[in-house]
Design a protein. Structure first.
Length: 401
């Protein structure tokens, strides 16, 4: 009589963990190859298929590799049933077939965004850090009739003027840093990660109706000018929603998207209708048109350091372009490669600062010597060795962020 061997992993959980990120076995194999440089065990597509069917079982080193790829704890693979994850991703308004086709990168980064945000909240509360937030969830109604008043209030509050804009002299990266610091100064944590621009441009999140977070795509199709637009767009979501996460997915169904208010808010914050009308007269383009080429949009926007989004949205709003003009342009732009690949390559420390933002980095600098700072947790969440964290904190302290 043959005695069956008890399984030590759950095949159905292995399959669930892969499918929730829309990964196919061949993609898992390719991802595992990338992790080999970090001494993780390789995983082949055939091995994975056998494990998921229960025909064979992986070793612990293989589970560690899958844990990294699937963005989940190794312990998940030993559970009796599918775990309920706390990730409050909102797919509202997103067509069902679109939700199922989101790329693994999109799934991973949105989970990374939520994980980093939740860890930040846990850090603040466990160390009793006093954290002042100057914005409130739902403090404004996303009513387009109120847009002019809201924009004027925020422009005055932040101090963004034509004179200030001219000081940057076309340096869009400096302008982006100015806006990011201004918004983080409101108690909003801003993270910057690489997203698939044809799927998601950014996201915003309230945790416990107390802590606000923004995610900006590091690889925007329009580089820094596009990131400024996204930053302000997500800020609009934070002040008009009360709880949860808003992801700016491509392909939202009409009538179910918070986009119109966010788009117009961001555009109006950066460029007034009066400035645009004057510029249109200067370049002889002040008449309605069915089509506006990218070349014309670039000529119009040049003095303002704004993205094409801003000009396209406002031309449509002012009745100078068709009602669906911006949507069609956006689809066209997102099929292209991102701009701004040239220039000096940022260091690893600079990339980590961009990802974490000034607020979270400053918290780590200020509380680096706190006896209760969980260094192992910091290492895991920031994906950085413990000794590298200390080096990063010293660099950030010297940089006087």
């Amino acid at each position: 009589m043959q005695i069956s061997k008890a399984r030590w992993v759950n095949p159905s959980i292995l399959k669930w963990a892969r499918e929730r990120l829309n990964l196919i076995p061949e993609q898992v194999e390719a991802e595992a190859q990338k992790f080999r440089r970090h001494c993780y065990a390789p995983v082949s597509a055939q091995e994975l298929a056998e494990w998921e069917e229960g025909l064979s079982e992986p070793e612990l080193e293989h589970l560690e590799t899958l844990s990294e790829i699937y963005w989940c704890p190794v312990g998940y693979f030993f559970m009796d049933r599918t775990p309920k994850e706390p990730l409050p991703l909102s797919f509202r308004g997103l067509a069902q077939e679109k939700a199922k086709s989101l790329s693994p990168t999109t799934h991973r980064i949105l989970r990374r965004f939520y994980e980093l945000a939740q860890w930040t909240v846990d850090l603040i509360e466990s160390l009793n850090i006093p954290w002042e937030v100057k914005v409130r969830p739902g403090e404004y109604t996303p009513d387009l009739a109120l847009l002019d008043r809201i924009v004027q209030e925020k422009k005055t509050y932040f101090g963004w003027t034509k004179e200030l804009r001219s000081r940057f002299e076309g340096n869009q990266e400096e302008a982006f840093r100015w806006w990011r610091k201004a918004i983080e100064g409101e108690g909003i944590f801003c993270f910057e990660m690489k997203l698939e621009p044809y799927e998601v441009r950014g996201a915003s999140l309230w945790i416990n109706s107390r802590y606000p977070f923004i995610l900006v795509n590091r690889q925007d199709v329009e580089a820094a000018s596009g990131r400024i637009f996204t930053l302000l767009h997500e800020c609009a979501h934070l002040i008009t929603v009360r709880e949860g996460i808003v992801c700016d997915f491509r392909g939202l169904q009409m009538g179910q998207s918070p986009e119109p208010f966010g788009n117009r808010f961001a555009a109006r914050m950066l460029l007034s209708p009066e400035e645009l009308r004057e510029r249109l007269r200067e370049v002889g383009q002040d008449k309605p048109r069915e089509s506006w080429s990218d070349q014309i949009l670039d000529e119009i926007r040049r003095p303002f350091m704004v993205s094409r989004d801003v000009v396209a949205i406002m031309l449509q709003e002012m009745g100078l372009a068709p009602r669906d003009f911006y949507e069609k342009k956006r689809e066209q732009w997102e099929r292209r490669k991102p701009w701004g690949r040239g220039g000096k390559r940022p260091t690893k420390k600079e990339l980590k600062l961009r990802e974490m933002g000034y607020s979270l980095t400053n918290l780590l600098v200020q509380y680096s010597e706190h006896p209760s700072l969980p260094w192992l947790d910091v290492s895991y969440v920031l994906d950085m060795k413990v000794e590298k964290i200390a080096d990063f904190i010293q660099w950030a302290r010297r940089s006087k962020l």
